[in-house]
Design a protein. Structure first.
Length: 413
């Protein structure tokens, strides 16, 4: 693998093998004898550590082995939990607390970030997040995105001209019906009665009453996926089971969203045609589609964050990239953090290593995306058959420190 080190092109042997031989240091150029420059830019490990904590654990392990190396820490978010915190560190601005409700209507604390250029940033997970519910409470037929409407309303009231909504980690599958209700556009049944909350109720939607109160603010969906709203790759089929839906629920929810999309196209001025098939519409249980219907646009969450934190410049000057997330699987390569980072590293000829709680992506598929190698906490702790999953969930920082040290032994000279 060719890597550019200043003006000299050298060959780096990626540590594909997990054998004892792979534990030996990889050949690197003489410049690294003075210390490598390593970029640490992970996403969160959902359910265990946020992105800054992941980066800190890996950095600690690396420094124990190679303290002379230059570690550049740039935690990332793709629109899901942690989106506001990462951007606040990079952009400054005002972080305003906003009381809202969770997917079942219970009070919960949220916040928005308002920057000097009149842009507000918020994340749907603060009001719609799966982490706000117990396993027994997960039911996308009943959960609502209404709480996100309180966050958007607060951003509009704060004078924001552009409202960027980070999408990801949601417990809802209501196509943004709750969001629109909170903004003043209520879904009705054939009798003219307001529908109850939840994705299942949209099977009876017949009309939309009222107009969204946005004061001409432009909405931007910072999406972590490019799935459409409907169909085999849509919100219900792909993400519904994660939120508690069985197969019958998935079919019901997909049909309900199809009906909802038709009503939005007919009754909401400015809604684009073919809403159900637009890329990104399936993000966060269809919140992407709601933002598109409101005249907004979808933008890659990882691209937005990388611009804000100056990741491009950091990539240009590093010798190795280490990124990661909780589960590295086929969904990781559909616009999430790992895909964006690995692709950017590949374009520069820089090796990229992924650390994850669990690895479910094939080597060939990962390599095509720019991933040099991937390491799993579950496997580090002995595999699922020996309690590796429980250890990965219960002691992630310990495992990441160990993997950071392992990478330093392999890559640093």
């Amino acid at each position: 693998m060719a890597v550019l080190e200043g003006s000299t092109q050298v060959e780096v042997t990626p540590p594909w093998s997990h054998s004892a031989a792979a534990a030996q240091p990889s050949p690197v150029c003489a410049a690294t004898l003075l210390g490598m420059r390593v970029l640490l830019c992970p996403d969160k490990f959902a359910g265990t550590l946020d992105a800054p904590a992941v980066a800190a654990a890996v950095a600690q392990g690396w420094r124990e082995v190679a303290p002379a190396d230059d570690l550049v820490v740039r935690p990332l978010a793709d629109g899901g939990p942690g989106f506001v915190a990462v951007l606040a560190d990079a952009l400054g601005g005002r972080r305003l607390p906003v009381p809202t409700v969770d997917p079942l209507g219970r009070p919960v604390a949220g916040e928005i970030l308002v920057t000097d250029d009149g842009t507000a940033y918020l994340e749907s997970a603060q009001a719609c997040g799966l982490h706000l519910l117990t396993a027994a409470e997960r039911d996308p037929k009943a959960t609502t995105s209404y709480g996100l409407g309180a966050l958007v309303t607060a951003a509009v009231e704060a004078g924001a001209r552009t409202v960027v909504v980070g999408l990801g980690g949601s417990a809802t599958n209501d196509g943004g019906a709750g969001l629109l209700t909170a903004l003043g556009a209520t879904p009705l049944d054939a009798a003219g009665t307001a529908l109850p909350y939840g994705g299942a109720a949209l099977g009876a939607v017949a009309a939309l009453d009222g107009a969204p109160r946005l004061r001409d603010a432009v909405l931007v969906a910072a999406t972590d996926v490019d799935n459409p709203l409907l169909g085999l790759h849509g919100a219900s089929n792909v993400y519904g089971p994660q939120k508690g839906a069985d197969r019958a629920d998935v079919l019901l929810l997909d049909a309900a969203l199809e009906r909802w999309a038709a009503v939005l196209e007919r009754d909401l001025p400015g809604c684009p045609p073919g809403l159900g098939a637009l890329p990104g519409g399936g993000a966060a249980g269809g919140l992407g589609a709601a933002i598109l219907a409101l005249g907004g646009r979808c933008e890659s969450g990882i691209d937005l964050v990388t611009r804000a934190i100056g990741l491009e410049a950091a990539l240009d000057s590093c010798d190795l990239v280490v990124t990661g997330e909780g589960s590295f699987d086929h969904q990781s390569l559909r616009g999430k953090v790992v895909a964006g980072v690995a692709g950017a590293a590949r374009d520069r000829g820089v090796p990229c290593v992924v650390l994850a709680g669990r690895v479910g992506t094939g080597r060939r598929e990962a390599a095509a995306a720019g991933v040099t190698d991937a390491y799993s906490l579950v496997e580090h702790f002995g595999g699922e058959e020996h309690g590796g999953l429980e250890a990965a969930m219960g002691r992630p920082a310990e495992g990441l420190r160990a993997l950071g040290a392992r990478l330093a032994r392999q890559w640093s000279r």
